[in-house]
Design a protein around this ligand. Structure first.
Ligand code: FES
Length: 148
């Protein structure tokens, strides 16, 4: 029986590193992840679908994940999501016209006590109101936003 050179549990870390380097997991990155872990490309594709933070399409410079689960929904997440989508000028999941932003609705991120919550790249923020979002979007567009 063949064994994987890297435990299957390592796939999430491998995907994170590849995504950070490439922006998203394209076919080449998927095949590389399979090669590095000893998993089949089909299995890696399956895991990419399972892990909600894995991006399979090109994204903008910043990815804005806005929680739309119940606690955030009750706290006004739909307004935040609508404002961010309107600002980007494109559909959810697409790269904004400026190339700086991709807005993605997301399931609960475990930040319910900070609802409505969102993530900018890997940085959790919340609670975020429409005024704070306006400021955040302006900073992202001007490339002056920095994680705290
Ligand atoms: S419901 Fe939004 S972070 Fe949990």
């Amino acid at each position: 029986m063949a064994t994987s050179p890297v435990p299957e549990a390592a796939i999430s870390e491998v995907l994170q590193v590849l995504q950070k380097a490439r922006g998203y997991i394209d076919g080449e990155a998927l095949r590389l992840a399979a090669s590095l872990t000893g998993l089949s490309p089909v299995k890696v594709e399956e895991l990419c679908t399972f892990y909600s933070l894995v991006l399979r399409e090109p994204v903008g410079t910043h990815v804005l994940r806005i929680c739309d689960s119940i606690a955030c929904h009750m706290a006004g997440a739909q307004d935040i999501l609508a404002q961010a989508r309107q600002h980007s000028g494109v559909d959810l999941g697409e790269v904004s016209r400026s190339g700086k932003l991709t807005v993605i609705p997301h399931v609960c991120m475990g930040l319910c006590d900070r609802a409505p919550a969102l993530m900018v790249d890997d940085q959790a923020l919340g609670p975020v109101d429409t005024q704070a979002l306006t400021q955040l979007l302006a900073q992202l567009e001007a490339d002056i936003w920095k994680p705290s």
